[in-house]
Design a protein around this ligand. Structure first.
Ligand code: SHN
Ligand code: NAI
Length: 221
């Protein structure tokens, strides 16, 4: 019998997770560990376990942006590695020693902690990310070509309207306001799309937000 999951060969799905107060433990403080630390440090609590750090990671440690545990992982027992990841929500295996990475991944799986393998697409993939205020676009090639993922990010960044963040602010204010004055959801939806498709509002946004809002307010009549 064929189930829907069996016909869909790509097993990945994106999720948006709130990382506040979550612990991310990155093993390996090289170029890749640094890129991953930059992704997470403003949202989560990041610990880097490594025998060395890049200059940028050292600076981040000095600023208390990350916690650094200086260890040669080859010298550690399984128990000691477990201790490093015991409170983690996500573990990232990013050392240049493949054997060490395999050990970390197998231990994280045993401990039931989510794990990102930087050497191949495994349980968790770290995507490319575009952020414009509340809007986030995550991109992945399911591990098939990180270069294409990066290229797609740059292409999409160039295609995004510069004023998207301002439109998000306006839409957010308008949708909250409309909920209080227009009881019919379909009508609210129509008004919001009317605002979105108004060239003049897009032009007003960077010049005069209040004027753009005035014009948007006029749409409810
Ligand atoms: C599976 C994955 C594991 C993971 O989650 O880390 C992984 C694996 C590997 N990447 C490798 C190489 C490169 N990685 C990049 C860039 C990024 N890699 C990222 C994610 C991922 N990389 C995950 C899959 C993502 C997906 O699904 O598409 C991004 C999106 C996020 C981030 O890391 O921040 C970030 C772009 C950020 C941005 O700028 O937008 C470039 C581009 C460049 O720098 O030019 C290159 C060189 C070119 C190339 O090889 O394509 C190698 C070594 C290959 C070798 O030995 O030859 C492996 C191991 C392997 O798979 O062989
Ligand atoms: N996912 C991705 O985007 C990419 C992944 N890779 C993979 O990422 C891994 C790391 O690559 P880079 O950061 O460029 O290497 P790197 O050489 O810049 O850094 C490796 C780090 O691991 C640490 N390390 C190595 N052995 C250790 C041990 N026994 N104990 C403690 N720390 C140890 C080193 O001190 C160093 O900080 C490689 O396995 C590579 O295949 C490479 C490029 C991109």
């Amino acid at each position: 019998m064929t189930t829907p999951t069996q016909t869909n060969k790509n097993p990945y799905l994106p999720l948006w997770i709130d990382f506040t107060d979550k612990i991310v433990v990155i093993f390996g403080g090289g170029a890749v560990g640094e890129r991953k630390a930059k992704r997470f440090f403003e949202k989560a609590m990041v610990t880097v376990v490594s025998s060395s750090l890049t200059p940028t990671l050292s600076e981040m440690e000095a600023n208390d942006s990350i916690l650094f545990i200086e260890k040669d992982l080859s010298d550690l027992s399984d128990g000691e590695i477990f201790d490093c990841m015991s409170d983690a929500f996500l573990v990232i295996a990013a050392t240049s020693d493949s054997e060490v990475n395999r050990r970390i991944i197998s231990m994280a799986k045993t401990a039931g902690v989510l794990v990102n393998d930087t050497e191949k697409a495994d349980e968790v993939i770290i995507p490319s990310l575009i952020e414009r205020g509340g809007l986030q676009i995550a991109i992945s090639s399911s591990g098939e070509s990180p270069a294409v993922t990066k290229y797609a990010r740059m292409t999409i960044e160039n295609a995004i309207d510069d004023n998207l963040e301002l439109m998000i602010d306006l839409q957010n204010e308008m949708r909250e306001y409309l909920k209080t004055v227009v009881s019919d959801q379909k009508k609210r939806q129509e008004i919001l799309w009317d605002i979105m498709n108004d060239e003049e509002i897009w032009k007003l946004l960077p010049a005069d937000f209040e004027k753009a809002k005035e014009k948007a307010m006029g749409k409810q009549n």
